[in-house]
Design a protein around this ligand. Structure first.
Ligand code: UDP
Length: 511
């Protein structure tokens, strides 16, 4: 069980937090903000109104339930009008196309910079904790002579592979016409192979993403340090390697949700609502109550993935053919370029397939969640036996903490690296996707129903392979949970980080 952090009484330094426009970035950073506040720091989270809705109720709860908890949210109007966007489109999960996501990014990255700077100046904080995607916060921190910490959502393994790709460029030596175009990543303690199709486009061209990551890296090197949502119990070899190449001090405090879960349980507050912007928890948990232990496959692809209708049909057919019960989280697909009225058609017509409809209508062995699922609560349920995931790092951490083995279907961002780590640790079966997408709109080749069904069979049906993966997952859960206990790596780093901020504030006020 994670150790509940004990509140201390000191003159609290004021820390401002700047989360980015993605739920998967907002959630863990807000967790850290809440842990800081619980631990006696004064905290202000700066965001836009619709993103604030994701976590406002948790902040209100903390203010009510945790004596002396000094945390608040300040919102700045998102420049929707200037970007030609309707009200409320401020987060990637509300974007039906990459073009619209690009506008949301521009709104945050460029148009909100001045108002954010002004607000931070007015607040006069002693420290800035900024999402990595706001590299400009380092200039402001230097001007105000306060420390800036960068928040990175991903793991060390991925950072190490990235480093080796940059350093040794093994991908540049692969013949483009070789059969599977796979290559070994040099400089790592394990034999990790990747395909050219699995790595990001910016390793081959100098594009906007490469420029963005360059700015992120430069800002990090001038920062007080980097905060990571991972733990050394999970990837011990890579902590040490990354420590040597990072170039700046680092703290790992993950899985952040684990601390928060324990905190909320100790307060007797309702942990169901955190992470859950639309707060629809009920029915699928009731349905799970009627299922056998470890029997249900949970199928969810994060907060923003949008598959083609053809791909959704293959998923539906595979789930129909596989014989295990499942929960499928269906997201609105929308029109590729427009923001439409919301109706059932926005989910695509895959669920109208005759065979699948029969399953859904009779609610026999499946439960469809349309929209937002209470993922952490679902994964925590004893009936869940596997998770078909796109390998978003938050989803991976949540599953590993609960001891759930995975079927990996990486799609974009650093998800292919996450898959390599999971396979290396013996925690997952690959579905067989091998083409990286430049964003959450999936345009990679359709993965066939046969491949999906085979992966489900391997993970969910009794076999030696399943037994081994399940045993590994249980063992990993123990290790990950121990990281948040007193003496565990993440617990120690969290305390050390808070002390560092207090120390910087004291030092700055005395000079
Ligand atoms: N999530 C959820 N319900 C959903 C979809 C996602 O609670 O229906 C949460 C999930 O628990 C995780 C986050 O949203 O905390 C998704 O983050 P991840 O890094 O896995 O993927 P991304 O959203 O970046 O693709």
């Amino acid at each position: 069980m994670a150790a509940v952090l004990k509140k201390q009484t000191t003159i609290p330094p004021h820390v401002v937090f700047l989360p980015y426009a993605m739920t998967s970035h907002i959630t863990p950073l807000v967790h850290i903000a809440r842990l800081f506040a619980y631990h006696g720091l004064r905290v202000t989270i700066i965001t836009t109104p619709h993103n604030a809705l994701i976590f406002q109720s948790s902040i209100d709860n903390d203010r009510c339930l945790v004596p002396g908890c000094n945390i608040s949210v300040q919102t700045l109007k998102f420049p929707s009008y200037e970007m030609g966007l309707p009200d409320g489109v401020e987060n990637f999960s509300a974007c039906p196309s990459l073009e619209i996501a690009g506008k949301v990014h521009y709104g945050f990255f460029v148009l909100l910079q001045k108002p954010m700077e002004q607000l931070i100046r007015n607040l006069k904080p002693q420290c800035i904790v900024s999402d990595m995607f706001f590299p400009w916060t380092i200039d402001l921190a230097e001007e105000l002579n306060i420390p800036r910490f960068s928040f990175q959502t991903a793991n060390f393994f991925f950072q190490c592979v990235w480093h080796c790709l940059r350093e040794y460029a093994p991908h540049e030596k692969v013949a483009l016409d070789s059969d599977d175009q796979s290559f070994l990543i040099p400089g790592l303690p394990h034999e990790i192979k990747m395909k050219l199709s699995e790595i990001e486009d910016f390793f081959f061209e100098d594009n906007f993403s490469r420029q963005t990551y360059k700015a992120v890296r430069e800002a990090e090197l001038r920062s007080q340090g980097i905060i990571h949502n991972t733990c050394s119990e999970l990837e011990p070899e890579y902590v040490d390697i990354y420590e040597n190449i990072r170039g700046v001090k680092g703290w790992h405090v993950g899985p952040t949700f684990l601390f928060i879960n324990e905190l909320e349980k100790s307060q007797n507050s309702n942990p169901t609502c955190f992470d859950d912007p639309w707060k629809k928890c009920g029915d699928c948990l009731n349905w799970l109550e009627d299922q056998e232990p470890n029997s249900v496959l949970f199928v969810c692809f994060g907060s923003s993935v949008r598959f083609s209708n053809d791909q959704l049909k293959e998923i539906a057919l595979a789930l129909n053919a596989a014989k295990c019960p499942f929960i499928l989280v269906a997201k609105e697909q929308g029109n590729k370029n427009q923001l439409e009225e919301k109706d059932d058609n926005n989910y695509g017509d895959w669920w109208q397939l005759d065979s699948f409809k029969e399953l859904v209508v009779n609610n026999k062995r499946c439960f469809i969640v349309k929209g937002w699922a209470p993922q952490v609560l679902i994964l925590e349920h004893r009936a869940i036996g596997g998770f078909l995931t796109h390998c978003g790092w938050n989803s991976v951490l949540e599953a590993l903490t609960m001891g759930i083995p995975l079927i990996t279907w990486p799609l974009f961002a650093e998800q292919f690296y996450n898959q390599k780590l999971l396979v290396l640790l013996g925690l997952a079966i690959e579905v067989g996707s091998d083409v990286w997408n430049s964003g959450f709109i999936v345009s990679s080749p359709v993965v066939s129903r046969e491949k999906i069904e085979l992966a489900i069979e391997r993970l969910m049906y009794d076999s030696e392979e399943r037994k081994k993966i399940r045993a590994n997952a249980k063992l990993m859960a123990e290790k990950v949970k121990s990281s948040a206990e007193e003496g565990g790596s993440s617990h120690s780093h969290l305390i050390a980080l808070i002390e560092e901020i207090k120390h910087c504030a004291t030092f700055n006020s005395s000079t």
